[in-house]
Design a protein around this ligand. Structure first.
Ligand SMILES: C[S@@+](CC[C@H](N)C(=O)[O-])C[C@H]1O[C@@H](n2cnc3c(N)ncnc32)[C@H](O)[C@@H]1O
Length: 202
């Protein structure tokens, strides 16, 4: 191996040089600050798909959310913003250790109390939630994405909902087919090729 191997944002490479940077995000009168770094997803700016998901969730959601799970949280964008705006308790998990390190910093930075820990899919998750939200790791492969979506049902409260975003050209339609035995799915929004989906347990 010549050392020039491909790194994915979901792998743990502790040797990767740290170059912290700040990303700002404003929604209504709330201002947020996110620390980001090399080796995490969308390190230089808030991902467009995550923004479309979060903003449409806030527009369309009618339910009370006391607790939520952001799975594949990256540096914590969706979980932290939602916790603040909904006054809900967030749990944020990711397989990437650096992402969890950043999420810890960002919870503090934005004065949010929540749980955050490394977990491969739901491996370390014990609770049930009113909301599970995810921008799933397409590049980790369909098996992982389907596990994140399908196994969410085991971690949702009776009336809980799964919300996720997926691009049309990343197989949105086939993913919806694969999970329709478990959920009633609704496409809440289509924006620039991104589908925002709400799934309710059958
Ligand atoms: C598309 S990114 C979204 C990141 C973040 N939610 C955001 O909006 O910026 C998907 C995330 O899933 C994480 N991930 C990949 N495989 C995972 C697994 N097996 N279990 C948990 N998280 C995983 C990646 O590390 C990455 O942070």
């Amino acid at each position: 191996m010549n050392g020039d191997f491909l790194e994915h944002y979901f792998t743990n490479n502790e040797a990767l040089k740290s170059e912290l940077r700040i990303i700002k995000y404003k929604l209504d009168n709330h201002e947020f600050i996110f620390n980001s770094d090399n080796g995490v997803f969308s390190k230089n700016k808030i991902d467009f798909g995550s923004k479309v998901l979060l903003e449409n969730f806030l527009k369309e959601n009618k339910k009370n959310v006391d607790n939520l799970l952001d799975i594949g949280c990256g540096y914590g964008f969706m979980g932290i913003v939602l916790a603040k705006i909904l006054d809900a308790k967030p749990t944020l998990i990711d397989v990437n250790k650096r992402a969890i390190h950043l999420t810890k910093m960002n919870l503090k930075e934005n004065k949010i109390k929540g749980d955050t820990f490394v977990s491969d899919i739901y491996g370390q998750v014990q609770n049930q939630f009113d909301l599970i939200i995810t921008n799933p790791p397409i590049r980790a492969g369909k098996i992982i994405v389907l596990k994140i979506l399908q196994d969410a049902k085991n971690h949702l409260n009776e009336e809980g909902e799964l919300w996720f975003v997926i691009r049309k050209d990343q197989g949105a339609k086939s993913i919806l087919k694969e999970i329709e035995a478990f959920y009633e799915n609704e496409i809440i929004k289509k924006e620039k090729g991104f589908f925002v989906i709400r799934s309710k347990k059958r």
